[in-house]
Design a protein around this ligand. Sequence first.
Ligand SMILES: Nc1ncnc2c1ncn2[C@@H]1O[C@H](COP(=O)(O)OP(=O)(O)O)[C@@H](O)[C@H]1O
Ligand SMILES: [Mg+2]
Length: 270
Amino acid sequence: MTATDSGGLENKSLPQKSVPLVSMRNIQKSFGSVHALRGASVDVYPGEIVALVGDNGAGKSTLVKVMAGVHAADSGDFEIDSKPANIRTPADATAHGIATVYQDLALCNNLDAVQNLFLGRELTGSSLFGRRIRRAECEVRAREVMTRMRLGNLSLTRPVGAMSGGQRQNIAIARSILWTPKVVILDEPTAALSHSAAQQVADLIRGLADDGLGIVIVSHDIHHFVVNATDRIEVMRLGANAASFRSKDVTGEMVVNAMVGGNEGVNLAG
Ligand SMILES: Nc1ncnc2c1ncn2[C@@H]1O[C@H](COP(=O)(O)OP(=O)(O)O)[C@@H](O)[C@H]1O
Ligand SMILES: [Mg+2]
């Protein structure tokens, strides 16, 4: 299965496209008697936005949590840059360039954007003087990332609790790319957003993909976000892959049909 738009041989001239950043195959995961993943697979290529869709309980969150090192798979193949990767903890995933933006964003409302960006990994100095210098360094780095994300207008000093849902989502994404990951996983990035804020998030994610990152998005927003803002759609059902589509080739209705059943094993992704 090729997963790129043009597919097949011509991609040999684009070596960066031919090797997945992350490849997970035949992943099994049980929680006690619940068999959450029954041979689920997903590949992520550089520059590609992959949507993971499916009904509640299909296994989307479990699959991305295995990718993020939150859950260890019971079995299956997990490769990064074509090499077997042993990802058992979130720190392992981070070390391999996999970053995650969780649905709750995990932002501290009383802190500003710079503080949130560096939360838990502050560049701390031993003296007040040192700390001040560190704050200045953090602001410079935060400004760089925000500019790269074309968010230069966003206040770095306002508490994020006073910001809109879209702005908060953007800050959570900025935090995920601070340490230059290769793959960013987003869980429901547009769930609480207005149409225009969701469009902004879509533009931002496309910008990251254009920079060569691989993006994995769990989303229920099939009819707007998934079909319009992603490149490939992997449909999960009962812990396994039910269908695979190139986003530009499908309607929301086709995707929903695959989510609920029928069209067994459809693969229109090329
Ligand atoms: N930590 C957990 N402990 C027990 N069961 C879980 C846990 N996480 C998920 N599950 C179960 O695994 C199945 C898949 O869940 P999940 O991956 O969250 O699906 P989705 O994200 O597609 O809604 C569900 O039956 C869910 O109840
Ligand atoms: Mg879920």
